[in-house]
Design a binder for this molecule. Structure first.
Ligand code: ZN
Length: 268
């Protein structure tokens, strides 16, 4: 029977790439953090729905808030990597990407005392056909990547399969989910999930899972009712904040009960 694999990219609200033009990473520690608060909301929601999820932690969060990684691990969630600094991969040279992955996996592995098996690039920015980058994931022991997003606007990896597949002998790709309805592609998760009505989300989930395992994604900052500050660009601001907080929580709670799993299960 197909399952829903709930995944969350663990980062603070101002670390999203919509702030890249506005903020420098060297300023991150100076901003009002909401990660502990938003992460607790997320843990409570998962507990309420009895879901064990895959959490793609930024290495930066692992360093600044190690407790969150340890708590999540102790609760049985899977700890995976979202890189260190949330840089778009296509803006990094292979050497810079190597540094980012090394730093992130080292920090997270030290915290949980286990190998990190999964990786998701910031804003799905890894091109999975570029072996200069995917080889680096393998070098640090990553066994699966989840960055390819079929039919997503601006997706870097052009693929049209919904099933996990091997990029190389040792690296699996687990694509995000997108369901076609009336000839239109509806990605499942994030800003799309917040934009759709409860009914539409339920319909998309039901249709998708009839044929495939569903990979869903969201961020803890999408569960906050407001953020201390916002992207200056109006479109980015809308995309970053539309229906966040209680609206998003209600939608999440209204998802029907499905069998769920951790993404590392795909490896066995
Ligand atoms: Zn992210």
């Amino acid at each position: 029977m197909n399952k829903v694999f709930f995944s969350f990219d663990i980062e603070d609200y101002f670390m999203a790439n919509c702030f890249d033009q506005q903020l420098k990473r060297s300023q991150w520690l100076g901003f009002e953090s909401k990660i502990e608060y938003s992460f607790q909301i997320l843990l409570d929601l998962l507990e309420k729905k009895n879901i064990k999820a895959t959490l793609f932690f930024l290495g930066f969060i692992g360093k600044s808030h190690p407790k969150l990684v340890k708590i999540a691990h102790a609760k049985g969630h899977e700890i995976a990597s979202h890189g260190y600094h949330h840089e778009l991969v296509y803006n990094l040279s292979p050497n810079q990407f190597d540094e980012d992955i090394k730093k992130s996996t080292n920090i997270l592995e030290d915290l949980i005392g286990e190998k990190i098996l999964g990786y998701r690039s910031p804003s799905f920015s890894l091109d999975i056909n570029d072996f200069r980058y995917t080889d680096i994931l393998e070098k640090y022991g990553i066994k699966y990547d989840s960055s390819a997003f079929p039919n997503r606007f601006k997706s870097k990896s052009k693929i049209n399969t919904k099933k996990p597949f091997f990029i190389s002998d040792n690296l699996m790709e687990i694509p995000l989910s997108s369901e076609k309805l009336f000839g239109i592609n509806f990605p499942l998760g994030g800003a799309y999930f917040r934009l759709y009505t409860k009914g539409l989300n339920r319909l998309l989930f039901r249709r998708y899972i009839e044929k495939n395992n569903l990979i869903f994604y969201l961020h803890p900052w999408e569960l906050l009712n407001s953020h201390p500050f916002y992207p200056k660009n109006q479109y980015l601001r809308f995309k970053h904040t539309y229906n966040i907080g209680d609206n998003c929580k209600k939608k999440f709670l209204s998802i029907r009960e499905f069998n769920t799993g951790l993404m590392r299960e795909f490896l066995s």
